[in-house]
Design a protein around this ligand. Structure first.
Ligand code: GRF
Length: 214
């Protein structure tokens, strides 16, 4: 069974969704370690409650991003991790991590990429006035919020939405998308083809409002 390492920094609601589906068997993968760069992250409590090993590696102890990533890679390897899932991880990753897990680092971003990269994507969407927002699970490459897209889910923006209400509705979609993307990878059904991703085999229809990207 595929062993996943989850990197977190904050509240960890996406981690919780992944843990829940690991526990009920529908993730078809196991979580080998949850690693945080912040000792007070609520996500660490979620992992501990689920009986998953945790580790904190405080980025402030390192002189540069590469040294931090070397320590992260060492911890992930010690836990026999095969797939790295960034889930609200607030550090920029370097080639040290990407080269250690080629095409095996994934991320979730609260926008329909390539729109609204970077921080505060939900606020960017509200400020821009888009009618449709959403979330993206993608492979991580050397550019921020850029790699091949695995799954996307759309959310309609209501006229009354502010950044907070939109954030919470996008999160509901995130919690369905991220475990689903990990399950597809665990089943060896996700293939990177150039800029895109091909999903092999028949997939059951995803519940609305999930949108598959072919
Ligand atoms: C999510 O919105 C995710 O898309 C972004 O950071 C947030 C993490 O939330 N990368 P949580 O820690 O999973 O609750």
């Amino acid at each position: 069974m595929l062993t996943v390492g989850v990197l977190v920094s904050g509240s960890g609601t996406n981690l919780q969704a992944i843990l829940d589906r690991a526990a009920d068997g529908t993730l078809e993968a196991r979580i080998g370690i949850v690693l945080s760069n912040r000792p007070t992250a609520r996500a660490l409590e979620r992992a501990a409650a689920a009986g998953v090993p945790t580790q904190t590696i405080d980025h402030k102890r390192f002189a540069n991003r590469e040294d931090f990533d070397r320590a992260v890679v060492e911890a992930l390897r010690a836990a026999s991790v095969e797939l790295v899932a960034l889930a609200g991880f607030d550090r920029i990753v370097t080639p040290v991590l990407l080269d250690a897990f080629p095409q095996r680092v994934v991320n979730i971003h609260p926008a329909l990429l390539p729109a609204f990269k970077g921080l505060h994507a939900q606020r960017q969407a509200v400020d821009y006035g888009v009618r449709i927002a959403g979330a993206t699970v993608h492979f991580v490459d050397e550019h921020t919020d850029h790699g091949p897209i695995i799954l996307q889910g759309a959310v309609a923006v209501d006229p009354e939405d502010d950044a907070d209400t939109l954030t919470s509705r996008i999160l509901q979609v995130e919690h369905r998308l991220y475990p689903e993307a990990i399950r597809l990878i665990a089943q060896n059904r996700v293939e990177i083809v150039g800029r895109g991703v091909r999903i092999l085999g028949a997939t059951p229809p995803l519940p609305e409002p999930l949108v598959r990207r072919w």
